[in-house]
Design a protein around this ligand. Structure first.
Ligand SMILES: Nc1ncnc2c1ncn2[C@@H]1O[C@H](COP(=O)(O)OP(=O)(O)OP(=O)(O)O)[C@@H](O)[C@H]1O
Ligand SMILES: [Mg+2]
Length: 236
């Protein structure tokens, strides 16, 4: 059974379509790049999965069961973590307080243990544990947003534009850390990205959206070599 399945997902905002009959399957421990230009429907798909958009057509199945209409807080408890576009950390809270906000579903002991694991992945956050999140650099805030979403120990981790506005070297570092976490914890992740070159090198599989529809879905390795994909999405 697959971990997550989108069946004919149609997200719409009045007359504007976010996704059009989108079908997508994610297996346990899959790593997926979700690529497409502005307005392609990447965020719409992630918001439907996470319950931030609820009145959609089609269905979203988690381990074979529909989660359509479920509340966002219940979806987190099922094992779906989400780091939204624009790394919204709580600027006046400290790094550790931000992490605690991501673990509302867990007991105190488990929280402390998990926080130490997260600090292991992101030593920079440990050094700044008592610093206000608003005083961190952009890259550090992105790491904190990722760490916060990981506090719930998700089986599927959805990241919306984690590379946005960050220096290339920081983006590379984030990719390396994600792969390290994936290898250790066996979670699946989806990178929704305009930075196709990066996301496709990190994730094994790639789905490309155009105007809310899936236009390519294959191993990243093959799509990186595909002249049509290179011209349209990789700027080659
Ligand atoms: N809250 C909203 N109200 C109205 N239309 C919306 C809303 N959110 C998204 N849309 C529209 O839905 C379509 C898909 O948008 P979406 O944000 O899912 O794309 P995206 O691939 O995430 O784009 P980007 O790369 O710019 O983040 C676009 O045409 C967008 O204008
Ligand atoms: Mg988006």
């Amino acid at each position: 059974m697959s971990l997550l399945e989108l069946r004919d997902l149609c997200v719409s905002y009045g007359r504007v379509a976010g996704t059009r009959r989108l079908n997508l399957t994610i297996q346990e421990a899959d790593t997926v790049a979700l690529i497409g230009a502005n307005g392609a429907g990447k965020s719409s798909a992630l918001k439907a999965i996470t319950g931030l958009v609820r009145g959609y057509g089609g269905d979203v199945l988690w381990r074979g069961q529909s989660i359509k209409g479920a509340a966002a807080s219940d979806i987190v408890k099922l094992g779906i973590g989400f780091s939204p576009e624009g790394r919204r950390v709580f600027p006046s809270l400290t790094v550790q307080e931000n992490l605690r906000m991501g673990a509302f579903a867990r007991g105190r002991d488990q929280q402390d243990e998990r926080r130490e694991q997260i600090f292991g992945y992101f030593p920079r956050l440990k050094e700044r544990a008592r610093q206000a999140a608003g005083s961190l650099s952009g890259g550090e805030q992105q790491m904190l947003a990722i760490g916060r979403a990981l506090m719930s120990k998700p089986d599927l981790f959805l990241l919306d534009e984690p590379s946005l506005g960050l220096a290339p070297i920081v983006v590379e570092r984030i990719g390396d850390i994600l792969l390290e976490i994936q290898a250790r914890e066996g979670l699946a992740f989806v990178l929704a990205e305009q930075n196709a070159n990066w996301a496709m090198r990190v994730a094994r599989r790639t789905t490309i959206l155009e105007l809310g529809e899936k236009v390519f879905d294959d191993a990243s390795e093959s799509l990186l070599e595909d002249p049509k994909v290179q011209t349209a999405f990789l700027g080659v």
